[in-house]
Write a protein that binds this ligand. Structure first.
Ligand code: F6R
Length: 242
């Protein structure tokens, strides 16, 4: 595992954008694995700048997102599909049909999970996967206890995850109770994984992650089994590491 410690959120976002753009320069038909949440927002702003200022093109790039809330359609403002359209896809020259997010409304959900896992295998796996980290160590929506062998599946969200994500909803009760997420095995299929962590609220998770003890209690720890992981942390997220 490669550790890159930077000053602040801005630098973390720039460093991550640099890795993504290097991947695109190596292969302009790359598959990128993308995440939502607060952490990658700065990265997505930098990628948009890259298109406008550095002639980076996403014309042949395909993307697969980690997860989607169960029950929300892509035009719901809190869906991850909507988030990705608003924060990134609308602002770059990617072809919309080359962007993939699980369908939160699909029935039966098991068929959608299987379809999505097959899609990852067909077009991917990602050359580079971006990950944020939950305070409880979740990656995607793989909560503690998720087996390493898991592929795309439907999960019940932990109360702590729903509380943390309630900031995006007008009412805590509106936060969906379930989500579709790539599994741990799906994530580990990626060629390269870039994990981002910023801020004091991630310090405990970063400390635990860097202990390197693999356990289902802390899903991010399975990343230690992958041979090409880069963790980019800012000072605050690194502050509990001694
Ligand atoms: C989002 C995702 C989640 C987040 C994690 C951290 O697609 O898969 O695992 O990366 O919950 O969220 P933020 O970045 O909001 O702290």
């Amino acid at each position: 595992m490669k550790l890159i410690c930077v000053e602040n959120y801005e630098e973390m976002s720039s460093k991550a954008a640099q890795l993504v753009e290097q991947q695109i320069q190596r292969n302009d038909h790359s598959v990128l694995g993308l995440a939502t949440g607060s952490t990658p927002l700065g990265l997505y702003e930098k990628l948009i700048q890259g298109v406008n200022e550095r002639n980076i093109s996403y014309k042949h790039i395909r993307t697969v997102n980690l997860d989607e809330y169960r029950g929300l359609s892509g035009d719901h403002p809190n869906s991850y599909r909507y988030f990705m359209n608003e924060k990134l896809f609308q602002h770059i020259d990617i072809m919309f049909e080359n962007t993939y997010v699980p369908n939160g409304k699909a029935v039966p959900v098991e068929a959608e999970c299987q379809r999505y896992e097959e899609l990852i295998d067909k077009i991917g796996p990602p050359d580079l996967q971006i990950l944020g980290m939950g305070m409880n160590g979740h990656i995607g929506f793989n909560e503690p206890g998720t087996p390493e062998t898991s592929v795309t599946h439907c999960v019940q969200l932990e109360a702590s995850t729903r509380n943390s994500n309630a900031r995006f909803f007008s009412d805590r009760d509106e936060v969906p109770t379930h989500a579709i997420t790539m599994g741990i095995q799906s994530i580990l299929k990626s060629e390269q994984i870039v994990v981002l962590a910023s801020g004091k609220n991630k310090a405990q998770a970063v400390k635990r992650f860097l202990e390197g003890r693999i356990s289902t209690d802390f899903p991010a720890s399975f990343l230690w089994e992958h041979n090409h992981v880069t963790l980019i942390v800012d000072k605050d997220a690194y502050s509990l590491v001694t």
